[in-house]
Ligand binder design. Structure first.
Ligand SMILES: Cc1ncc(C[n+]2csc(CCOP(=O)(O)OP(=O)(O)O)c2C)c(N)n1
Ligand code: SF4
Length: 365
């Protein structure tokens, strides 16, 4: 296993709230440079529609970056194709607007060859779960040490409003004029099923929560999967209003916190485990108290599975926060270890000798 600070670990910065300083001399005059949110913005025109939820996610990321303390030149945003995938243009870091659905493959290659880089993947529900579904699950099971931000707007935005793998059954769109008959993917249970080591959910309209969860995703030493509910106000407006708007948010959402009882609706309601089922209980009438509520444990895959699956039961609130987290060596840690071990035993390899070993043929004129 590598010591702390080795490639598998996320680069760490100053505590939350403190400004990040580049190493002395990075500014050319020997003095440390203090970065602010503005340092992470670019001069590019942002081409999202006015009112799109993507703006809030971008602003939150730009606010978070200085406190992470990772130098800009060590940070890379890799995206696929879609409105959300325009994100790297707007971050003043390295970035790659890549191929549809292939951000996980490109990020895996990048981390395998440059494990010192801090890599974020930005993807949409179409990009990550239609054309890129296969790539995503393999990145998760391998535990590549990157953060994956899945902007879920339950629609294809860039191509003007076709249904996506997360669109609900019955959804009427340009490509499903009579309503979708497809059963949707639920990204959180999907990531848990792929053995992701960090799985969380947040929403565009709660920047404080979003920033806190992004910070936690970043501090995780492995593949950190974060689903973000994102409003596409042009093609799927209001898909998540029940969870994001002040009038309904309290009784339709619950915020998971490790070691804390599952209470919601201004502590008027809670969740208890009844067999393998979760049950909503009224804490205001004396029959039940907070002591009857389930205490959340983000290290339990069993709880994570139960809580992630309750998301679509109408009488239960929608969970946000960290569903699951465990420590497991990252892909690049294991890869480095293996390379060191084999090189120690067999010496440096010779690519040309390898290519010319065994049967080779010359192609004639
Ligand atoms: C190989 C290929 N197939 C299809 C497309 C068309 N296409 C572009 S973006 C997209 C889906 C985008 O949806 P999503 O990932 O949800 O992102 P959003 O635009 O909603 O942010 C599709 C199907 C493409 N660009 N390339
Ligand atoms: S089409 Fe939707 S997702 Fe795309 S920029 Fe416009 S509002 Fe945002």
């Amino acid at each position: 296993m590598k010591p702390a600070g080795a490639p598998g670990r996320k680069p760490t910065g100053p505590p939350a709230g403190k400004k990040a300083a580049l190493p002395a001399g990075a500014g050319g005059d020997g003095a440390p440079i203090t970065l602010t949110r503005k340092d992470f913005a670019t001069d590019q025109d942002v081409r999202w529609c006015p009112g799109c939820g993507d703006y809030a996610i971008l602003a939150t990321m730009q606010r978070l970056m200085p406190e992470l303390g990772v130098p800009k030149e060590k940070t890379v945003f890799v995206s696929g194709i879609g409105c959300s995938s325009r994100f790297p243009y707007y971050m003043n870091t390295y970035g790659l607007h890549s191929i549809h659905g292939r951000a996980p493959a490109i990020a895996t290659g990048l981390k395998a060859s440059r494990p010192d880089l801090d890599v974020w993947i930005v993807t949409g529900d179409g990009d990550a779960l239609s054309i890129g579904g296969n790539h995503l699950i393999h990145l998760l099971r391998r535990n590549v040490n990157v953060q994956i931000l899945l902007f879920n707007n339950q629609i294809y935005g860039l191509t003007k409003g076709q249904y996506s793998p997360t669109s609900e059954q019955g959804k009427v769109t340009k490509s499903t004029p009579y309503g979708s008959v497809d059963h949707p993917f639920y990204p959180v249970p999907l990531a848990l099923g792929a053995d992701a080591t960090f799985v969380a959910r947040t929403m565009d309209r709660d920047p404080k929560h979003m920033q806190a969860i992004m910070r936690r995703a970043h501090s995780h030493g492995g593949a950190a999967f974060l689903e973000i509910y994102q409003n596409c106000n042009i093609f799927n407006d209001g898909a998540f209003f029940e969870f994001t708007e002040r009038s309904t948010k309290a009784h339709s959402t619950i915020f998971l916190e490790h070691g804390k009882p599952l209470v919601y609706d201004n502590e008027q309601r809670g969740l208890r485990l009844n067999g393998f089922e979760l049950e909503s209980i009224d804490l205001s009438r004396g029959k039940w108290s907070v002591d009857d509520c389930l205490v959340y444990n983000e290290g339990s895959i069993e709880l994570a599975n139960i809580v992630s699956r309750m998301s679509w039961q109408e009488d239960l609130p929608r969970p946000f926060g960290v569903f699951f987290r465990e420590d497991r060596p990252s892909y690049e840690e294991l890869l480095e270890e293996q390379i060191e071990e084999i090189t120690g035993k067999r010496g440096q390899g010779d690519l040309s000798a390898l290519l010319n070993a065994g049967d080779t043929w010359m192609i004639g004129d």
